[in-house]
Design a protein around this ligand. Structure first.
Ligand SMILES: *Cc1c(COP(=O)(O)O)cnc(C)c1O
Length: 395
């Protein structure tokens, strides 16, 4: 049996005619930039998530870049985020001339630990009355924003994160690139803080036919600023009130994404069913204790962008599953504070032990909507066989 990590061909087979009709329509119109599909996708995502501002942009990376830029992040500034995330979360901070300041994750949910955020702001930073800003004592960076990530499709502990940030009037930018449709206390991911960033990279839960991204905000004014920034700050055309970027979402992408958005709820439901199916099969297999299945934290709806287990002998298990025809991935093998390009930040691995440990232990299993029960059972069976023979060999 072959079980790929993700099977986009299986998904496309179910929506082929709808997608092709939508793309044809764009070609017939010959309107490729900021046309009716981008506007409609923005309106539909704003309505779905219950916010006034939605702006289509070129990627999830640019969603972060434009949001931070709109909040005034620049040279000399610091932005607080986690080291256990996709690179773009911190890369965008550096590309604006600012410094990423890391706080560790909560091992249970793999997201920003609010107690560590609080401790960082209270103890490692101090109020500078000349600058009228909170300043990171060790580096002198002026703290400008906090960026929690909703990793794997489950929200960070937003109440406590917002509490800590609001004590210092710091805006919160949610990296919701893996979490469109996830909720926290009935609020959609990306609408809880000041601004939410989403990615339509093809492998995301709502994936386009190439790169794409979106920014949502409860703050209409901030949303308008980001709308200007995505198009060189021009309003009207050729009159520039600020220096922005070329970061528009393509009309073709928006047309494809609108088709797929209609299926998103059903796909999320299928992923959640697969997750419960895995949970039950792992419990029945007696593997719990050996491996750890994803923890469903209270007050939130996990959309299972990834189903990630923690397991001993992770690398050997991965090779063994590959031999069984099962695709897996490690998200992410090197935490950001251990990346070569961030050596200049002066960290040692022990600075963020929960992130480094997660990077050594986690493995993402196939969880896509079209995955069958038989495929799930095969995956669990192969994992059980691996640990069975591992135990034999090491007796
Ligand atoms: C995918 C992703 C991004 C970047 O999105 P792109 O569309 O690939 O630029 C940023 N942060 C996280 C957590 C992501 O998963």
């Amino acid at each position: 049996m072959e079980v790929p990590l993700l099977d986009l061909k299986a998904q496309y087979a179910t929506i082929r005619e709808e997608v092709r009709a939508a793309v044809d329509e764009v070609f017939d119109s010959q309107r490729f930039i900021l046309g009716p599909h981008v506007a409609a996708l923005e309106a539909e995502t704003a309505r779905m998530c219950g916010v006034p501002a939605s702006v289509g942009v070129a990627s999830g990376t640019d969603a972060l870049l434009l949001s931070l830029k709109a909040l005034g992040v620049g040279p000399g500034d610091g932005v607080v985020t986690v080291p256990y995330t996709f690179f773009a979360t911190a890369g965008t901070i550096v590309n604006l001339g600012a410094r990423p300041l890391f706080v560790d994750i909560e091992p249970a949910g793999f997201n920003m630990d609010p107690a560590r955020l609080s401790g960082f702001l209270d103890r490692d930073c101090s109020w500078n009355s000349a600058l009228r800003a909170l300043v990171h004592t060790a580096t002198g960076s002026r703290i400008r924003a906090v960026v929690p990530v909703h990793l794997y499709g489950q929200c960070a502990s937003m109440d406590a994160i917002l509490d800590a940030a609001q004590r210092y009037q710091l805006p919160v930018v949610e990296d919701a690139c893996q979490a469109l449709g996830a909720t926290y206390r009935e609020q959609f991911a990306g609408t809880i803080g000041d601004v939410g960033c989403f990615s339509f990279f093809p492998s995301k839960n709502l994936g386009g036919a190439g790169d794409g991204g979106l920014v949502l905000s409860r703050n209409k004014e901030l949303g308008e600023k980001i709308r200007l920034l995505r198009n060189h700050g021009a309003q009207p055309k050729y009159y520039h009130s600020m220096v922005g970027f070329n970061s528009r979402l393509d009309e073709i992408q928006a047309a494809v994404l609108r088709v797929k958005l209609r299926h998103l709820d059903a796909w999320i439901e299928a992923r959640r069913q697969n997750a419960s199916g895995y949970d039950a099969a792992f419990r029945a297999s007696g593997l719990i204790g050996r491996i750890q299945i994803p923890l469903a934290l209270p007050d939130r709806r996990h959309i299972f962008h990834q189903y990630v287990i923690r397991c001993p002998q992770r690398n050997e298990l991965r090779v063994s599953l590959q031999k069984c025809g099962i695709g897996t991935e490690i998200y992410y093998p090197v935490p950001l504070h251990e990346q070569e390009c961030f050596r200049c930040l002066g960290h040692v691995p022990e600075d963020f032990p929960a992130s480094s440990e997660a990077a050594r232990q986690t493995l993402a299993l196939p969880i896509y909507a079209e995955l069958t029960g038989a495929q799930r059972d095969y995956v669990v069976g192969c994992i059980a066989a691996f640990y069975g023979s591992y135990t034999q060999r090491h007796k």
